[in-house]
Design a protein. Structure first.
Length: 272
């Protein structure tokens, strides 16, 4: 089943001479257990696509469906519930609350949704465990490495019954070993939990973790590449890297195999 469906979605900001078409007739379908990478130059509409998929903005035209529910016509309360229960967000700069432990940070969305503290904590610990961080549950964010913090942020985004994971440059603040680990873990979380994920990245190598890469340019989707089966050889995490404890080595091949070339329009080096 398609968890996220965008049909001919356009988004225009401003009007008259100041009009900007951030998205122009974009269609995208992301199924359960599938991870799609979004690449494109700065200003091409990547963040707009994520905010619309995350119900944080409304498209000017077109249709958006999350988990089979069409967003148009949905009340603000229903959208808020969808965000609380169904959608997980991961940002480049982690956004963990410094006064809460890793476990408390991860359990927080469930507590805010009214789940009892004990059950929220148990679900939070399970999500941390999935990220290979069960032994860091009591640590505060400033006691964690950058890679660990991002893994806590991913645990918070997949905790509970979330179905759609949206990530904006989730590895942008990490070194390459941790960046690989983060993408790898997100992909495993998708496969294991049947979530759909949309990940914005400027790094073509990291995009190889996705099942599919789409490219945006001036609000248009210019290309869609499906990863070929069985062609990929991914780097392995070195001993001693904080990524090495995440979940072992990279899978060889599989449906999310290496894309051979970076898109000419990719904004490598951009670090938003
Ligand atoms: P990207 O994430 O690829 O850098 P964005 O989605 O942030 O691109 O932006 C796409 C275009 O829409 C850019 O030209 C940007 O300036 C414009 N834009 C984005 N958000 C707003 C906004 N709130 N108001 C006006 N223009 C915006």
């Amino acid at each position: 089943m398609s968890m996220l469906e965008l049909h001919e979605v356009s988004k225009t900001y401003g009007d008259g001479a100041a009009e900007v078409r951030a998205l122009d007739g974009v269609s995208l379908s992301v199924g359960e257990g599938s991870m799609v990478a979004v690449m494109g130059p700065s200003g091409s509409g990547k963040s707009t696509l994520l905010t619309i998929a995350g119900t944080l903005e409304q498209p000017t035209s077109g249709q958006v469906t999350v988990g089979g529910q069409e967003l148009r016509g949905m009340s603000r309360n229903d959208k808020a519930r969808l965000r609380r229960r169904t959608i997980g967000y991961v940002f480049q700069d982690f956004n963990l609350l410094p006064g809460l432990t890793a476990a408390e940070n991860v359990a927080l969305p469930l507590e805010l949704d009214g789940l009892r503290a004990g059950r929220a904590r148990a679900a939070g610990l399970r999500a941390l465990e999935q990220m290979g961080l069960a032994n860091r549950a009591s640590a505060y964010p400033d006691q964690l490495s950058g890679g660990e913090r991002q893994r806590v942020a991913i645990a918070r985004a997949i905790v509970g019954e979330r179905r759609l994971l949206l990530a904006d440059e989730p590895s942008g603040a990490l070194d390459s070993a941790n960046a690989e680990a983060v993408l790898h873990l997100m992909r495993d979380a998708c496969k294991d939990g049947g979530m759909a994920a949309v990940v914005v990245t400027h790094d073509a190598q990291l995009a190889t973790w996705a099942d599919r890469t789409v490219f945006l340019r001036d609000g248009h989707m210019t290309d869609q590449r499906v990863a070929e089966s069985g062609t990929g050889v991914r780097p392995r995490y070195g001993p001693g890297s904080d990524a090495s404890s995440a979940s072992g080595e990279a899978p060889a091949g599989g449906e999310a195999a290496v894309l051979s070339t970076a898109p000419s329009g990719s904004d490598a080096g951009e670090n938003r």
